[in-house]
Design a protein around this ligand. Sequence first.
Ligand SMILES: Nc1ncnc2c1ncn2[C@@H]1O[C@H](COP(=O)(O)OP(=O)(O)OP(=O)(O)O)[C@@H](O)[C@H]1O
Ligand SMILES: [Mg+2]
Length: 258
Amino acid sequence: MLYNNLNNTIKTLEEHQNKLEEVIKNEVEKRIYQEKILLQQSKFATMGEMLDVIAHQWKQPINGLYLRLELLKMETEDKNLLEHIDEMQKQLDQMVETMNEFRSFFRDKEKKEFYIGDVVENVLHLMKDEIMKNKIEIVKNIESNFKIYGYPNEFKHLIISIITNSRDAFIERNINDRKIIITATEDKDFYYLKISDNAGGIPENIIDNIFELNVTTKEGGTGVGLYIASAIARKNGGELIAQNNKEGAEFIFKKRKE
Ligand SMILES: Nc1ncnc2c1ncn2[C@@H]1O[C@H](COP(=O)(O)OP(=O)(O)OP(=O)(O)O)[C@@H](O)[C@H]1O
Ligand SMILES: [Mg+2]
């Protein structure tokens, strides 16, 4: 009798201990995840400041170069030389443009709450012509009230990058029945936004570093699209995952529930 009681007590204690371990494990995982995001956010802020400084420092020399090229233009009638000068000015414009794009991306804009479903709707509207022109069927299935406290405009860029890549793959591989499926779901701990296509999938040799800068298989591609998309995912408190399924590529934005 006493032995039985003791046994039962030990069992209950063990159960409690297991539960406690589970709770601690979950809590620690959550902390690590949040710390990573905080670190990322402070990195972004620093990068934004650095870019502002560089942009400020470069403004004068770039203007100076531009002006000198303008003067050079006046001193020559050589067509060849004039073409080179035009090209140089174009390159300078591009430098300024890139700098500004990145600056506005890293600049802290106002954070607000938004629904993933709304942003998907916005993007599909923005890309309506492109989607129609390329005969892409969009299947949308937003089952979750996936809500984010973050940057809705930037988040649009994430979705645009992914859909644009699908479009490129459809064209490059001459796919006939083109389909993009967009679903929003959730489970106990996470929200998921999944965008998949049937364009044959991401080449195996780049799938592991697809989110790195300059990784591209396209002629004239810059390999910036998914680099920025994954940075946007982190800035909005989640992560972006790339994988292949039987028919094509799938990109998943995954965010832990608060
Ligand atoms: N849906 C997809 N199907 C097949 N391959 C893909 C898909 N999405 C991305 N990729 C591969 O990943 C590479 C990197 O994509 P990313 O958007 O970063 O750069 P890019 O499209 O090549 O150039 P950029 O977006 O800068 O114009 C692509 O070149 C392509 O090989
Ligand atoms: Mg791209």
